[in-house]
Ligand binder design. Sequence first.
Ligand code: ADP
Ligand code: 5GP
Length: 199
Amino acid sequence: MKPLLIVMSAPSGTGKTTLCDRLLQDYPEITYSVSCTTRGPRGDEEDGVDYFFVAPAEFERRRAARLFLEHATVHGNRYGTLRGPVEEAMAEGQSVLMDIDVAGAGQVRAFVETLPPDHAMRAGFVDIFIRPPSLAALQSRLQGRGEDADEAVALRLRNAAGEMARAHEFTHQIVNDHLETAYRELVEVIEAAGRAQPR
Ligand code: ADP
Ligand code: 5GP
């Protein structure tokens, strides 16, 4: 498979983590891009595995030092992707999977477009938006996950509409209604992108 820079966005609670975890299990050549965040760990999340949990001042230091490939404030917390690990993994011929919000995805898309067409990050760029079947389904998934307080669920639902309004910016859109069907569609997108020859 040609190295891919896979960017996946979805309203929180859609099932992006579920789909990403499965993809990472099935494709050892894909590395997960661990983001930095100023939010605290949720459930059994581990520092350095799910996120790098950093204090706001440290996040700001990294941003000012231009260490982030992209960064955004989502649901009141800051999130950012470190540039170094993404570039290193791709230089080694690995694919990278980024689970980021629509604003961050827009920054990565704009950045790769400044690169020469044969640059690995541009030639391998794949952007995918995962949709929930409905806002009602999203609400029940967020509540069912049981990791967020009621206020956090309400905030995530309010933000979902704004994120869905930017879905058209993505080349690929997948509805996560039936999990197996959504995963099969995701694999098809990845396989097709991995087979495509550089332009
Ligand atoms: P995200 O990473 O998008 O915030 P998660 O992967 O944590 O979402 O999924 C949110 C909740 O929805 C989890 O409890 C997960 O098990 C469940 N879920 C994921 N996909 C589906 C699906 N297709 N149908 C029903 N529930 C799902
Ligand atoms: P959560 O707090 O539920 O893990 O993530 C909330 C939102 O932040 C999700 O939409 C997730 O994709 C996004 N996110 C996670 N890491 C990053 C990142 O590094 N950059 C950006 N822009 N968004 C991120």
